[in-house]
Design a protein around this ligand. Sequence first.
Ligand code: GDP
Length: 181
Amino acid sequence: RKSFRDFDYIVKVVLIGDAAVGKSSLLSKYVDEEFETAYNCTIGVDFKIKSLIIDNKKVKLQVWDTAGQERFKPITNCYFRSSNGCVAVYDICNRESFDNVKIWINDYRENNSIESIENVLLVGNKIDKAEGREVSYDEGKKYAESSKCEFLEASAKSGEGVNELFEAVSKMIIVKMSLAE
Ligand code: GDP
């Protein structure tokens, strides 16, 4: 396709989930040096931008992190609304964070557009800490299937699954964008 644009798709993703599950760590691990950091003062949320190629398409991925603002729901709802999808994170060593991620996902879906609510990727983080595991892979997978999310496990510490998760959510979104074109 002939285009003057620098990118074929601009994709905006939000990271949701309890404090301390590893949202910022996953983003930093993925980022390396390539990311630009910006700050939106209006809503008090950090976001990072990365360019990637998916299926030969140039994708500009913007990732918004709640960055410790988990308690300020009115603020987060404001940036939920303009996103194309979300990565919902829990800590596999913390059952409470798994119970809460379900609430986060429902909340996201209640506050977002029809197109975006399907684009939810559930991520169980901290798989490097196998000895402390409280939520099994199967349990995560089963919940994801029942609530129509994609599912992955990852570790921000070892890096396992990190590239895959950001690519998976971007792909999920652009597939639907290209169908809508
Ligand atoms: P956030 O509040 O969800 O953004 O969580 P942070 O990224 O600040 O991480 C909270 C804590 O968990 C920090 O001490 C991190 O170093 C640690 N952490 C994050 N991801 C992992 C991981 O994959 N494995 C382990 N072992 N620790 C992690």
